[in-house]
Design a protein around this ligand. Sequence first.
Ligand code: AMP
Length: 317
Amino acid sequence: MYKRIFKAIKKYDNIVIARHIGVDPDALASQIALRDSIRLTFPEKKVVAVGNGSSKFSHIGALDKLGNIDDNTLLIVTDTPDKKRVDIPNVDLFKHKIKIDHHPFVEEFCDIECIEDTACSACEIIMNLIKETKLLCNKEIAETLYIGLVADSNRFLFDSCSPRTFSLVSYYLENYKFSINELNQKVYNRPLKEVRLEGYIGENMIVTDNKVGYIKITNKLLEKFGADSASPGNMINNFNFIEEILVWVTITEDIKNDIIRISIRSRGPIINAVAENYNGGGHMYASGAKVKTFDDAMKLINDLDEVTKKYLEEKER
Ligand code: AMP
């Protein structure tokens, strides 16, 4: 599979690298690192990484403008299982497409589909791709890959971190000698107002009898804390390891896009099947969704409560 990807990269002079809407560090880092590795290996090629960025993640790297697309432009999509979530105007304009993803399979929309759903992050796959092919790497690229991997595995906390994850990290650390402390500061330093919002969530989270914790955050609250609608979702991993909670959810009003953004995490019950019923999806234990109203969000909470109740009953048997 990696050989086929390398051959395609070698063949095309114009390459566009995209990833999913609602940018996160792994999606962004995987596309930026792959772009920079291809540029380093083939300086004559035109390679761009595209999509809507976020100033919060600007330390990962700058994105490019999408130029002309012709029949000989190759699209590589990282970290995205389905066509509708690719952050690019029209995926069908590209005649040649490659997917590199670690989400559970949703649909086939590329000629080459490299899906490794046991990888902890898209960056883990790109690390392996670079290591196993003639794609080149340098310290900056290694750092970018490490940032994406650490962010998506939530600092190696999940079972998706396998012996391969650690051996890849070890390989890159050994060869490119970056500072873990410096990179962690880039990823995890944040303004006090975010910590205050996190405090609010901790204080006000509602917890059901079945161990589902949820918090509604209105635009008014976001304004009060000087935060944006992405902030609650960005801090959701910090609510792991609370004894009384197995599934936890942030429900955030996003007036700019006229939607309610939902982030869900779990320490047991499988949540992506529920998210899929609410214009969402994701991984078994980390999913997201989008709904129109807080009432719809409460329907999702009720469904998650049912799933968690069944999970607890089965565990007790
Ligand atoms: P988040 O809570 O936004 O960090 O998302 C967690 C996981 O769910 C990531 O793998 C996302 O790609 C995925 N995800 C988030 N929102 C959606 C959505 N509306 N549809 C499908 N997948 C989503």
